[in-house]
Design a protein around this ligand. Structure first.
Ligand code: C2E
Ligand code: CA
Ligand code: CA
Ligand code: CA
Length: 281
């Protein structure tokens, strides 16, 4: 038994070793990803129900890693957060997205009022230069502040409540919009709504997924929409995949939606092709 135990430990060691090498390697290549121009931003349209052109887009980062292919954010954002790389990466995404959306607004009448949402991680949120960086990016891109939305999850709001509140107010003073992402999945979503100056909540896609089939999900979505409307907040349903979900959301008074049914995250050069013919409303 002892022998088998030792063998198992060796196997385990080797697996750990490979994993560690993998991590170190990934971290090193991620460090060079910006300079080597391997990061991409895809844009997922957000629609006001009944309108053919999107009111906004969410910027979603991808890593086009040589010899590996397109790496989704779930596979490198956690590492980037852990080692601090999320600060330069996040700033790069922000700059790229603001510049792109300013260009679309100027060049296409169907996108003249387009807004953009960018995801912020907890680590970025704790960075003392965040507010100044955002102001600089806005200035350089020419994008009006009210056209930029910052999406934060409840984990960001958990860290240091007073510091968080101060940062949120400073961001608000810049004129940018604040959204709570994945709303309803955290522990204290409701108290945050009262304490923090948010403009929008995004219903987590796990609730949208069960909307038509699960009474609890329906009740939760209904409550979130009611709350948002009563508090004059915008509410976006995430992860809409079926017509039934969309119809149900409209009946419940949700006016903004995002999901594979409407449009997938899309590379910037393919966004125009998603729009209704020019001249249509
Ligand atoms: P998120 O902010 O909740 O973004 C929505 C995710 O849901 C995206 O995954 C999107 O592709 C996916 N999605 C959209 N519609 C549907 C649908 O109808 N069905 C399903 N099943 N999924 C849908 P993605 O692009 O893989 O991003 C995953 C997460 O990575 C994001 O979740 C966000 O937390 C994070 N992330 C992405 N880009 C950035 C970034 O630039 N900075 C930071 N800090 N995090 C980012
Ligand atoms: Ca988001
Ligand atoms: Ca989300
Ligand atoms: Ca998420």
């Amino acid at each position: 038994a002892k022998q088998r135990g030792r063998a198992r430990i060796e196997v385990f060691d080797r697996a750990m070793h490979t994993q560690l090498l993998d991590r170190v390697e990934t971290e090193q290549s991620l460090r060079r990803a910006i300079a080597r121009d391997e990061l991409r931003v895809h844009y997922q349209p957000v629609y006001r129900l009944g309108q053919p052109s999107p009111v906004g887009v969410e910027a979603l980062v991808r890593w086009e890693r040589p010899d590996v292919g397109m790496v989704p954010p779930d596979r490198f954002i956690p590492l980037a957060e852990e080692v601090g790389l999320i600060i330069p990466i996040g700033l790069w995404v922000l700059r790229r997205a603001c510049r792109q959306v300013a260009r679309w607004r100027a060049e296409d009448p169907r996108l003249a009022d387009l807004r953009v949402s960018v995801n912020l991680s907890a680590r970025q949120f704790g960075d003392a230069s965040l507010v100044a960086s955002i102001a600089t990016v806005l200035e350089a891109s020419g994008l009006p502040a009210e056209c930029l939305g910052l999406e934060i999850t409840e984990s960001v709001l958990l860290d240091d409540i007073d510091a968080t509140e101060a940062t949120l107010r400073a961001l608000r003073a810049l004129g940018v919009r604040l959204s709570i992402d994945d709303f309803g999945t955290g522990y204290s979503s409701l108290s945050y709504l009262k304490r923090f100056p948010v403009d929008e909540i995004k219903i987590d896609r796990s609730f949208t997924a069960g909307l038509v089939t699960d009474r609890a999900d329906l009740a939760i979505v209904q409550a979130i929409i009611g709350l948002a409307n009563a508090m004059d907040l915008e509410v976006v349903a995430e992860g809409v995949e079926t017509d039934e979900q969309l119809t149900r959301l409209a009946e419940l008074g949700c006016r903004l939606a995002q999901g594979y049914l409407l449009a997938h995250p899309t590379p910037p050069d393919q966004v125009i092709a998603l729009l209704p013919p020019e001249g249509a409303p």
